[in-house]
Ligand binder design. Structure first.
Ligand SMILES: [Zn+2]
Length: 305
């Protein structure tokens, strides 16, 4: 146990120097949707985060804003989010730096069909040869490069990618002894996909969750919106779904949504794994639902005028 903590401490100290620089970038992100395709610079305007083991067979292989998760098994791996095409190579390196082979990725999943989570999907499919999986409501947008997305102005935002396996709410995907359950927590997009799994934490089974994002989209009204008429109902149902999941290991597609940086600092200190955060998970639901309800009330009032 002590040895384990020391290892974690050393790991965290190395991560901290990188993460401190990343803090500013993360802090600048809104708690809602991230900028889509408009951030230039190294690593697509993000900072490098040294890939690390979160818990059990779950690893962080993303960047300072856009998370990406590798879930490993001896029979092959799941990868949630391929972020941006121009940083596919760094993401591959992150996976390989952890000692895993990119060709062992068997399923490519995505949190939701917005550019910052799927821009690199076509590229990652070529690099891995993996099966691209998507919630049925996201398929059209993924396959036309985002042109049919309800926020689209008709521009292609990413390389269109063929979906190999279409899933729906509640469907499960298994590799080896790990099973992911897909939950449609729509609103942010029409097929926004949250995944849950049981993770083995040194012999104890814990419920892990990868939330797609419950953030609001800037400029998208929640009332009388012809491009997505049931958007408010979808958000409400999604908050209900999240409330029904007793998650302990709390992860989201954006690092700022679960304070990755703060948690990494805590990893250097004695105590339980900071990513086991059931209270943080509950607070997340409360915080984002409050934001949703405030916007919904405003949009309702405006619609009555
Ligand atoms: Zn988004």
């Amino acid at each position: 146990m002590i040895a384990k903590r020391i290892t974690r401490g050393v790991l965290a100290a190395a991560l901290l120097s990188v993460l401190l620089a990343a803090t500013r970038a993360v802090a600048q992100q809104s708690s809602g949707s991230a900028a889509v395709g408009d951030r230039n610079g190294p690593l697509h305007g993000q900072y490098y985060v040294k890939p690390f083991k979160i818990i059990g067979n779950i690893y962080f292989v993303g960047f300072s804003n856009n998370a990406a998760y590798l879930i490993t098994t001896p029979q092959g791996h799941f990868l949630i989010d391929a972020v941006y095409e121009d940083i596919n190579a760094q993401q591959v390196k992150n996976i390989e730096d952890l000692g895993f082979k990119i060709k062992d990725v068997k399923y490519l999943l995505n949190a939701h069909a917005h550019s910052d989570h799927v821009n690199g999907l076509a590229g990652m499919k070529k690099l891995t040869g993996a099966t691209v999986v998507a919630m049925v409501e996201e398929v059209k947008s993924l396959e036309d490069g985002g042109v049919s997305d309800f926020r689209s102005d008709g521009r292609k935002l990413w390389e269109p990618v063929k979906v190999d396996k279409i899933i729906k709410e509640g469907e499960q995907l298994t590799i080896g002894s790990t099973t992911l359950t897909a939950r449609k927590t729509a609103g942010h997009t029409q097929g926004c996909s949250t995944f849950t799994m049981m993770v083995d934490d040194a012999g104890k089974k814990r419920q892990a969750i990868f939330i797609c994002s419950m953030g609001l989209n800037g400029g998208v009204p929640l009332v009388n919106y012809s491009k997505y008429p049931n958007i408010a109902e979808d958000y409400m149902r999604s908050f209900d779904i999240l409330r029904s999941i007793p998650a302990e290991v709390f992860l989201v597609s954006h690092t700022s949504h679960y304070d990755l940086e703060g948690k990494l600092k805590k990893m250097g200190q004695p105590g339980p794994n900071p990513f086991i955060d059931p209270q943080g998970y509950k607070d997340y639901i409360v915080r984002f639902e409050k934001g949703f309800k405030e916007q919904y009330a405003k949009d309702l009032a405006a619609a009555k005028k």
